[in-house]
Design a binder for this molecule. Structure first.
Ligand SMILES: NC(=O)c1ccc[n+]([C@@H]2O[C@H](COP(=O)([O-])OP(=O)(O)OC[C@H]3O[C@@H](n4cnc5c(N)ncnc54)[C@H](OP(=O)(O)O)[C@@H]3O)[C@@H](O)[C@H]2O)c1
Length: 332
């Protein structure tokens, strides 16, 4: 099948507002449904051309030929998704294609070389530009700021919302939690153990002595509590006692910066300011990679137009949809 014959309709919503039912537009189409859109892929020969004018009257965006292939590449690589680069859409395309091959084997035979090419080129674009994008959550940024697996004890101060989201990202052979109310720390610990029973965590006594002893032993400390003018000078002093010999870091997520606090001048301390700085730097890298991935989709669609008529690529073997599982895993 020539590329010129490829037709793709992208509809932001798949539901007719009046009837609440899905209205098919292109006949004999492979339909991919997501929560935000419905994509119909078919061939000009399968599609009743009488359908096409309807597509241009507000029913969705209709792409033909290389534009259709370029759109499919952006879709399959996750570049059209709300969270750019996500991999969920792969599973949806794969399932839709399987269903279509069973229901419409004749039309699927014509589309297959282009779908296989789509798979191969999606894989190339994902592995080159998208797999390393990384996520930007408090947990993932904390892990990056601490530099991966801790060399010794990690002390987590706090057991509120923020501490609970960070806990799964703390990779330490000896994790200790201090919280003013131990009941809340045990609650957080229970939830963490339900996710992963191998957690080795100690909840400390709710006394100043127990907290300061842990400060003296810890390699890294993560604070998820507000600044505390009464207790902070003692924490800083305890950190100073051992910081020079031990290394490690403090990450204080309860303060934006250190100015005017007891933490001013503390060694190897990062605050929300550094965490947000890392997030912004990561966002810039991410945007640059996504832009390059979009350009790669465009380039491959243009090459598809130039280099052959049936979807196969000279000098490459096409891959089965089963390969998607491999790069779904790579992208997660
Ligand atoms: N949630 C976020 O997304 C987020 C993002 C950035 C920064 N932060 C900052 O992180 C800190 C914690 O936020 P959160 O959302 O986890 O709040 P949270 O759910 O209300 O938890 C507050 C935590 O701080 C402790 N705490 C509060 N006041 C204290 C005090 N006077 N002395 C000792 N401990 C005290 C609480 O201990 P008890 O359990 O004993 O009450 C609890 O562990 C805040 O400073 C917040 O501004 C939060």
């Amino acid at each position: 099948m020539a590329l010129l014959d490829l037709l793709v309709l992208n509809r932001r919503t798949a539901t007719d507002a009046r009837t609440g039912t899905s209205v098919p537009v292109l006949s004999d189409a492979c339909v991919v449904k997501t929560c935000l859109r419905e994509i119909q892929v078919t061939t000009r020969s399968a599609c009743d051309l009488g359908d096409v004018p309807a597509c241009n009257s507000g029913a969705g965006d209709l792409y033909r030929g290389a534009d259709a292939y370029g759109f499919l590449l952006r879709l399959a690589t996750g570049l059209e998704s709300e969270i750019a680069g996500e991999t969920e859409i792969f599973g949806q395309i794969k399932q839709a294609w399987r269903d279509y091959e069973t229901a419409r084997p004749e039309n699927a035979r014509r589309l297959r070389p282009w779908m296989q090419r789509l798979l191969q080129e999606t894989k190339e674009i994902r592995s080159e530009y998208i797999v390393g994008l990384g996520s930007a959550t408090y947990g993932s940024l904390t892990r990056r700021l601490l530099g991966g697996r801790a060399e010794g004890t990690t002390l987590l101060v706090g057991a509120g919302q923020l501490a609970a989201t960070i806990l799964p990202y703390l990779d330490s052979p000896d994790l200790r939690i201090y919280n003013r109310s131990p009941a809340r720390a045990f609650e957080m610990l229970k939830a963490a153990r339900e996710r992963d029973a191998t957690y080795k965590i100690t909840v400390l006594e709710p006394t100043l002595e127990a907290e300061l002893a842990a400060w003296r032993e810890a390699h890294d400390v993560v604070l998820c509590v507000p600044a505390d003018p009464e207790r902070d000078p003692a924490r800083v002093a305890a950190w100073r006692e051992h910081a020079a010999a031990r290394g490690g870091r403090i990450l204080h997520l309860g303060i934006l910066g250190t100015a005017g606090t007891a933490w001013d001048g503390a060694a190897r301390l990062a605050t929300l300011e550094q965490l947000f700085g890392m997030r912004d730097a990561q966002a810039e890298q991410r945007d640059a990679l996504l832009l390059r991935a979009r350009r790669a989709c465009l380039g491959k669609a243009q090459l598809a137009k130039l280099d052959d008529a049936d979807g196969s690529r000279p000098g490459t073997s096409n891959h089965g949809w089963e390969d998607l599982a491999v790069f779904q895993a790579l992208g997660s």
